[in-house]
Design a protein around this ligand. Structure first.
Ligand code: HEC
Length: 133
């Protein structure tokens, strides 16, 4: 194998390890008035679940799993979102599913940030600045 081929082979493997760039608040839930949801989903989910996400493999999620570009998609995903946002619930599924964001993702929400999203979902994700009706 020539040097060029070796180099392109290693470049190819390297691509798999590229740390995704967070798109942070842009391009997800754009029609949502509740800023904490836009911001948290922007940091922790949009890379893989928004159309403009930077994750090299985001198509695996955006194309085949849930899309989080709009509030309607968020509302439609309620059941799955509640499972995936709670680590204990995700591992309790039969078979277990991956908690979101995946543990390999470099940006991990705090428990308080998870709770902000979970509680907003449980309130029906009201589209107000306060996140309450
Ligand atoms: C690094 C990429 C990545 C990040 C970041 C990420 N996800 Fe995912 N997500 C995926 C992939 C890939 C799948 C499909 C595989 C699976 O079901 O586990 C998925 C599946 C899901 C599902 C299941 C959809 C279904 O129909 O069953 C939900 C819900 C979900 N993600 C929500 C989220 C939320 C909410 C966040 C942010 C808190 C997030 N994801 C962050 C890649 C990601």
């Amino acid at each position: 194998m020539g040097l060029a081929a070796l180099l392109s082979l290693s470049a190819c493997f390297h691509d798999e390890d590229l740390t995704p760039l967070p798109i942070v608040t842009e391009g997800c839930l754009t029609d949502v008035a509740y800023e904490p949801a836009r911001r948290l989903v922007g940091v922790y989910c949009a890379d893989c679940h928004a159309q403009g996400g930077h994750n090299a493999t985001h198509k695996d999620a955006w194309g085949h799993a849930i899309q989080l570009d709009t509030r309607q998609e968020w509302l439609d995903g309620k059941k799955h979102l509640l499972i995936r946002l709670q680590p204990a619930v995700a591992t309790d599924e039969d078979p277990p599913v991956d908690v979101m964001p995946q543990l390999s993702f470099p940006f991990q929400p705090t428990q308080a940030e998870r709770d902000t999203l979970i509680e907003w979902i449980k309130r029906g994700s009201p589209n107000t600045v306060s996140g309450f009706e």
